[in-house]
Ligand binder design. Structure first.
Ligand SMILES: O=C(O)[C@H](O)[C@@H](O)[C@H](O)[C@H](O)COP(=O)(O)O
Length: 250
């Protein structure tokens, strides 16, 4: 049953504990769906430890790789082998060693229209719709089992930056963003809030002292994209002690 817009905050000790807690949630989500599982990954530095953990023997041997499809919530418009490319990071951290190539769904960035994020967005929207088997999202049938997310210093999540039109987009599944609000200032492609919301669980990983200031603003309820991003079902924030503002520390 949908818990709609509630959000659960789970404090953990440090980045290692956070990666482990996230890995356990990934496994639990996979186990809850005996069919084809869809996971939407995120970029940035925060999820790297989780990705590397999933490739270790302990997790790798228990994950049914054949029935999991891996998508990405946003992409930077750089060549697909550039270290700044989000799916490239995920590939290097675990997918290339673990997942069948056909189950990995990157956003195309190596086209002749490399500088046109709208072209990449339209291609990915078509791919998501084909995977889902419909052009309208049905709240009773989420697109993703799990969506991973991070938070940027300005309160962005995916490539949904404060005040940008992409944040208000309600019809399109994927949109182009001509310029990012933070480094790298390259064009981006991002799934929109309704698309990201179409999941059984949205899982944020927030760690480190550098996140404390923005986390305080978010917890105070400021209207920022990371606060608007909610699953139609379950939303969980894993937060380590260094990121937690004093009032919230255990
Ligand atoms: O492409 C991106 O940059 C991301 O998907 C972005 O939304 C990221 O999750 C946050 O900026 C947090 O980034 P860090 O994990 O590097 O702090």
């Amino acid at each position: 049953m949908a818990t709609s817009h509630e959000r659960k905050i789970i404090p953990v000790a440090d980045p290692a504990a956070l990666a482990k807690a996230a890995a356990e949630r990934v496994i639990a989500r996979i186990e809850q769906n005996p069919g084809r599982v869809a996971v939407c990954l995120t970029g940035g530095s925060s999820p790297k430890a989780l990705y590397q953990l999933l490739a270790t023997r302990e997790y790798r041997d228990t994950i049914p790789w054949d029935r999991i499809d891996w998508f990405i919530g946003d992409e930077r418009l750089v060549p697909r082998k550039d270290p700044l490319h989000n799916m490239c990071m995920a590939r290097q951290a675990f997918l290339d060693r673990c997942a069948p190539a056909a189950n990995v769904h990157p956003i195309a960035t190596d086209t002749a229209d490399l500088n046109d994020p709208d072209v990449s967005a339209a291609l990915y929207e078509n791919e998501l719709m084909a995977f889902y088997g419909a052009e309208q999202l049905d709240p009773a049938r989420p697109l993703f089992d799990l969506v991973l997310m991070g938070v940027g210093p300005d309160g962005h999540t995916a490539s949904l930056f404060p005040g940008y039109p992409a944040v208000a987009e309600s019809a399109r599944w994927v949109v182009g963003v001509p310029k990012a609000n933070v480094e790298p200032f390259v064009p981006r492609v991002t799934l929109t809030l309704p698309t990201l919301a179409s999941c059984r669980e949205m899982l944020f990983e927030i760690a480190g002292e550098s996140k404390r200031a923005i986390l305080a603003r978010l917890l105070a309820g400021e209207d920022l994209p990371a606060n608007r991003a909610r699953s139609q079902h379950e939303t969980v924030w894993l937060v380590d002690q260094a990121a937690l503002p004093e009032d919230f520390r255990g």
